[in-house]
Design a protein around this ligand. Sequence first.
Ligand SMILES: Cc1cc2nc3c(=O)[nH]c(=O)nc-3n(C[C@H](O)[C@H](O)[C@H](O)COP(=O)(O)OP(=O)(O)OC[C@H]3O[C@@H](n4cnc5c(N)ncnc54)[C@H](O)[C@@H]3O)c2cc1C
Length: 402
Amino acid sequence: MNFSLTEEQDAVRKMVRSFVDKEILPYIQEWDAQGHFERSVMTRMADLDLMGVCIPEEYGGTGMDYNTLAIVCDELERGDTAFRTAVSVHTGLNSMTLLQWGNEEQKQKYLVPQAKGEKIGAFGLTEPNAGSDVAAMQTTAVKDGDAYILNGQKTWISLCDVADHFLVFAYTDKSQKHKGISCFIVEREFVGFSSKAIKGKLGIRAGNTGEIFFDNVRIPAANLLGEEGEGFKIAMSALDNGRFTVAAGACGLIQACLEESLKYCHERSTFGKEIGKHQLVQQMIAKMVSGLETSRLLVYRVGWLKNQGKRNTRETSLAKWHACDAAFEAACDAVQIHGAYGYSNEYPVERFMRNAKAPVIYEGTREVHTVMQAEYALDYRQDKVLRKMLPAWPFSEETVEI
Ligand SMILES: Cc1cc2nc3c(=O)[nH]c(=O)nc-3n(C[C@H](O)[C@H](O)[C@H](O)COP(=O)(O)OP(=O)(O)OC[C@H]3O[C@@H](n4cnc5c(N)ncnc54)[C@H](O)[C@@H]3O)c2cc1C
């Protein structure tokens, strides 16, 4: 075991930290208050080669290892959850899924521009009546010659108004239940596609989230990802990557809570001493430290498994569950430590608390992960090798199918 970062990983961490300090933190309070998604942040991230860190160079990325993606997400969420969420859907849920399941033509057409940051990818699984219960989805894709006709709607889709490409899941054969779901690459420009942002969100207000609609959208058969009926497996494997980035981001949120709380502990005095000297305040600080350290260890273990090319659904679920719960608890405690001042946007901790709630809900709710962990322990659930696995790192010519 080696717990140290490589020189390259350390350089990426410093670069993203400095980017967040200069280009996100000075503006985030205003963007959050206005519910404004600042698209130029993604353009700048593309300039810094951050939109495809763990995508092989042959496919437009920078070819770094999977833990480098975790480091990027960790540092980004120290700035705000909105931009980490953008990387989670763009790289974790979309690009890595294309890398894993796409054929060469699909990779060249969609993955290469996404990894370079020229195009933005998103992920459409959730529907008004289908969240945790994915198989309850109603969107359908009916074969019509060399195309599929897509009808339906998705909701709570991150980057709904921003993304150029979407991975969309739809029934091609409802009678087969989850084995009848297929995955399609859908372009915003396809006729019959539309999107609408959701207003009035509790948190991630600087992010773009909303609905996407398909009204007889004609999708070329070449845009079927994987095989017909493989959509459910593709969605679940995509979540192995998305959840990894969410867990990594949660570490950054705990880090931000800790930094703000430590500062305030030294600034504020009650009963003749710094509040940091009160043991019950120390208890909250200590929980943040423990949440941060244990979450990072769980995240890096998942990155290590991905680097080995091993399945990691069980470990990813645990990392996501633990880190998101720890982040929400850290954010609530950060507000508590700030007392009434924490309750206003004079300090960032109220934003942290509002932002920390969504990750406990999306990419598998806390309850879903609790059930999964119990099922693994009880041997009711096992992970099998998939028909297509995410390539191990270092990427070789063989694994990237040049
Ligand atoms: C900010 C944000 C961004 C999002 N981005 C995306 C995106 O980009 N793409 C996308 O596809 N989706 C996205 N989502 C949707 C998200 O993945 C779903 O909200 C999530 O899967 C939960 O589904 P649901 O909201 O329908 O809740 P439900 O599934 O209806 O659950 C409601 C409650 O019941 C509980 N529950 C449900 N089933 C069980 C069970 N079997 N056992 C115990 N408890 C259970 C849940 O834990 C929850 O507490 C996003 C959501 C948010 C908030």
